[in-house]
Design a protein around this ligand. Structure first.
Ligand SMILES: *Cc1c(COP(=O)(O)O)cnc(C)c1O
Length: 224
């Protein structure tokens, strides 16, 4: 086993069965990502359209690609024909663009609403009021080519694990409020994407259903 395969197995062995692992392969070359693929990993996350576009054609076709980074509306068209899930829906304009491009590709694209739960204001995301406005709007009702699967958030980058835990609790509570108000009879609205290399264990304790793990599997990144 290669070191990547060992680290992947080690992470997988710590995840309860119902948790989906998105292996975050951003900045890593195809040759490295293939190690994880050959160890059985099929779900990969990237945060840049350009990188997704470069990797998608080079990699096996049974991979599910997740877009986890900030997404510009004018770039949606490049990934819409094959992206499996978009975690970073943080504004109405973006959801409208995804719906339009998904329709052109004759698909439905799974989306998560990204919430701002961290103290840092550098992180993107909706607040509750913005999300409510979006979900109540008439345009949203008309979107037939997107499916809202749940919520996503990133905790503050801090050593204070109590704070991280509070922020994840907050996201869980957002999920529950939205579920009650807008998705109570919609089984597809079921996902909470939270937890990265430094905090995924806490995220799981706080109710994550999807974790996004990069450096613990692939090693540190040179850039980001
Ligand atoms: C890079 C990234 C991750 C993974 O981060 P690691 O600390 O390497 O596990 C998860 N989520 C998002 C949105 C990211 O950009």
């Amino acid at each position: 086993m290669s070191p990547i395969q060992q680290r992947l197995k080690n992470v997988q062995s710590q995840l309860p069965e119902h948790i989906q692992l998105v292996a975050v392969s951003k900045t890593k070359p195809i040759s490295i990502i293939l190690h994880a693929y050959h160890a059985g990993q099929r779900v990969f996350g990237e945060n840049k359209v350009q990188e997704l576009q470069a990797k998608y054609p080079e990699m096996p076709k049974d991979i599910q690609w997740h877009m986890i980074g900030h997404l510009q509306t004018n770039k949606v068209k490049y990934i819409a024909p094959w992206i499996d899930m978009i975690h970073s829906v943080d504004r109405m304009k973006l959801l409208r663009a995804i719906n339009k491009e998904a329709a052109k590709a004759e698909r439905t694209i799974d989306c998560l609403l990204q919430f701002h739960i961290a103290e840092e204001d550098t992180k993107f995301g909706l607040d509750m009021q913005e999300a409510e406005q979006m979900l109540e709007s008439e345009s949203f009702q008309g979107f037939e080519n997107v499916r809202i699967r749940g919520v996503m958030g990133m905790a503050t980058f801090t050593e204070d694990m109590d704070q991280v835990s509070r922020e994840f609790k907050h996201l869980k509570s957002i999920f529950e409020q939205l579920k009650t108000r807008f998705f109570s009879d919609n089984d597809a609205f079921s996902e909470i994407s939270m937890g990265m290399s430094g905090d995924y264990k806490i995220a799981i304790e706080e109710g994550a259903t999807i974790v996004r793990i990069g450096s613990t599997i692939f090693g540190a990144r040179d850039t980001h």
